[in-house]
Design a protein around this ligand. Structure first.
Ligand code: ADP
Ligand code: MG
Ligand code: ZN
Length: 632
């Protein structure tokens, strides 16, 4: 665990400050009170003025900022004896002093009780003392704790920000679903443990391994696992920490890092986000970043400078391999590259199993079902999902995580926070028709994923949602599957139009239409699924981790562009007709489902199918096939 002293300071500051006020609060009241034991008799201010006029007042002692006075007076009422009497003075009586002077009364003003004043002085001095003492303690704490084994340590000497873990405590079993990468790394572990086996036959041990993959897939975890398995120290620094505003600091950090590593060899040096330093040199606005180039040069020099058998292996991670400087990828540097991808179904199941180990799951929870519902989730997403479910379980004061909490967490991760449902109104009915439209088409069309549930409880941007169960990880999708998906996605708008009429259709379908258009366009331009033929017209050289496509301009004639548009129209038009037909044909069951949905807000997939099957055959004997032959 690494806690910097800055965080400790920040954490402790409010406590110390609160302590200060408490302290002051304890001290102040004692300074305010005047010892009442001097006298028990009291006199009103008016009576006091009368006494003054009569010349009976001998002496006035003012206390408490002239709010109280103890007077010494003689008078017939007092039995002609000098008595001490307490008088409360009004807040604003400046003329009193003048009057007292005129009457030649002995006046004396007393400051706040002296012992109180001393205490308050001590209190004021004590606060900074406590603060300083606390600071010293924190500093000492953090410097002593860092020398223990297995602790993170920052090297103060050289402004370096890298961390060293003597033992990461992570093993390969903690990393799941990335079997190929693990195999590759098993070898690296052997290099570190028994280098002789390799050097004996003249093999050069690789110096660097580059881990490529999207965020959250376990790259950092894998690097730690290598160090853990080989029981060697783990030095880590992130690329963005290398690049600092001050010239030369990045380069000197690299030097320090390698120096320290050599002293501790065999070991692992892990450079996270290497793309921050390892970017193609000489690029960027204004001819590139000098500082970054120096850092990168230093890194390359260091990597060239140590022999393959010194027992240092540099592992770097990035999700932007496309921007890396080619010099980094040359043999003798990061000559091994390992891809870590978003896990597939089996990978997700394995990762869920790893993270379920320390969670209390209800025995009825099937991690297989969870894995099936979470395509596209990374390892970090899955870990987070189980954690969210555990938090939700605790909040519901249950002691076992059930499928219910896991489902709610998935919904939240995928679609956003849950909102409050609408009250029954025309717009609620319209949303219900829209969602039932999606669901019924998804159910009645062959080759469509089954409905998991329909709900009118808003989430994120959506005011209603139809969830489908992705049947398997389809890396290959057939043309008829895409056609079915387009048709079901148009089902919402189709239902609005059939039920409420063209003038009443809403903007609610805009997201659906976006998806539909994009799918149709890809059919034509990338998958060769239209009359234009098997051509790739828009080579979307989409990098799997960039997420965004860089369209490198069209490589076809205007004539082809017109043709593409026509094809897209044709596909969407065909699908929309099918959708309208299915809605009209099944209007009776749709009305019943909408009533039910408005009433209950959520309909489960199996319940939905059961009701639909009372009216029509389900597509085990498909009754609607969205046919559109390529040559049409
Ligand atoms: P990356 O470095 O690729 O962005 P991390 O290694 O930091 O991802 O992963 C973050 C967390 O997600 C890990 O600490 C771990 O809890 C979880 N995680 C990610 N991938 C896996 C995996 N393959 N197996 C088990 N846990 C994983
Ligand atoms: Mg990472
Ligand atoms: Zn919709």
């Amino acid at each position: 665990m690494k806690i910097s002293w800055k965080t400790l300071l920040l954490l402790s500051l409010p406590i110390v400050v609160a302590g200060f006020f408490l302290w002051q609060g304890l001290l102040e009241p004692t300074t305010q009170t005047i010892s009442n034991n001097i006298t028990s008799s009291r006199m009103t201010y008016g009576r006091f003025l009368e006494y003054l006029n009569m010349g009976w007042v001998k002496k006035v002692d003012l206390y408490d900022n002239a709010h109280t006075a103890i007077i010494e007076a003689v008078g017939p009422e007092l039995g002609n004896r000098v008595q001490r009497i307490k008088v409360e003075l009004p807040a604003n009586a400046p003329e009193l002093i003048t009057k007292l002077r005129e009457s030649k009364v002995d006046i004396d003003a007393h400051p706040l009780k002296s012992s109180g004043a001393i205490w308050s002085l001590i209190g004021n001095l004590l606060f900074p003392l406590i603060l300083l003492g606390g600071l010293a303690l924190i500093l000492r704490r953090s410097s002593t704790s860092s020398s223990g084994p297995g602790q993170a340590m920052s090297f103060g000497k050289s402004r370096a920000l890298f961390q060293m873990e003597a033992q990461t405590g992570v093993v390969f079993d903690d990393v799941a679903g990335v079997e190929e990468a693990k195999e590759e790394f098993q070898e690296v572990v052997t290099f570190l443990k028994q280098p002789e086996t390799f050097t004996a036959v003249g093999a050069r041990i690789p110096k660097g391994v580059l881990l490529l993959g999207p965020p959250g897939t376990g790259k950092t975890l894998l690097a730690k696992a290598i160090a853990g398995e080989a029981s060697v120290p783990f030095f880590s620094i992130s690329g963005s920490e290398f690049v600092e505003m001050f010239v030369g600091v990045g380069a000197s950090r690299v030097r320090d890092l390698f120096k320290k590593a050599k002293e501790n060899a065999p070991c692992i040096i892990f450079i996270d986000e290497i793309d921050a330093v390892g970017r193609q040199r000489g690029t960027g606005i204004g001819g590139g970043n000098d500082e970054r180039e120096q850092t990168l040069n230093q890194l390359l020099t260091e990597m060239d400078g140590f022999e393959g058998n010194t027992g240092i292996i540099v592992i770097a991670a990035t999700n932007r391999p496309d921007v890396l400087d080619s010099a980094l990828l040359r043999p003798g540097r990061f000559d091994r590259q390992v891809m870590v991808n978003i896990p597939d179904f089996n990978g997700r199941k394995a990762i869920l199993q790893v993270h379920a180990k320390n969670k209390k799951l209800n025995p009825e929870v099937s991690l297989e079902v969870v894995a099936r519902r979470t395509p596209g989730f990374s390892g970090a997403d899955l870990a987070n999902l189980l954690n969210e479910s555990a938090i939700l379980t605790a909040r519901r004061r249950k002691n076992l995580i059930s499928m219910n909490e896991i489902d709610a967490s998935i919904d939240r991760v995928v679609a956003g926070m849950q909102g409050t449902p609408l009250i029954d109104s025309k717009s609620k009915r319209l949303i219900a028709y829209h969602e039932v439209g999606h669901a019924i088409i998804g159910t009645l069309l062959e080759k469509h994923d089954p409905v998991q549930k329909i709900t009118l409880i808003p989430r994120g941007q959506a005011r209603g949602l139809t969830w489908f169960i992705p049947s398997e990880d389809n890396s290959l999708i057939s043309r008829s599957q895409i056609i079915s998906q387009i048709t079901a996605a148009l089902g919402g708008r189709a239902a609005e139009q059939v039920v409420f009429g063209e003038p009443e259709v809403t903007t609610g379908a805009s997201n659906d239409l976006q998806q539909v258009t994009s799918m149709a366009r890809q059919m034509v331009t990338r998958f060769g699924m239209s009359t234009i033929g098997p051509l790739s017209l828009e080579s979307e050289d989409r990098n799997p981790f960039l997420g965004r496509s860089i369209n490198t301009g069209s490589k076809y004639s205007d004539q082809v562009a017109i043709n593409i548009d026509q094809q897209i129209h044709k596909i969407i038009d065909h699908c929309y007709r099918t959708a309208i037909k299915i809605i009209i044909d099944n209007r009776v069951v749709i009305d019943r489902l909408v009533d039910m949905l408005v009433e209950e807000e959520t309909i489960d997939g199996s319940q939905f199918r059961e009701i639909v099957s009372e009216y029509t055959d389900l597509p085990s004997k498909p009754n609607y096939i969205s046919q559109l032959s390529i040559s049409e």
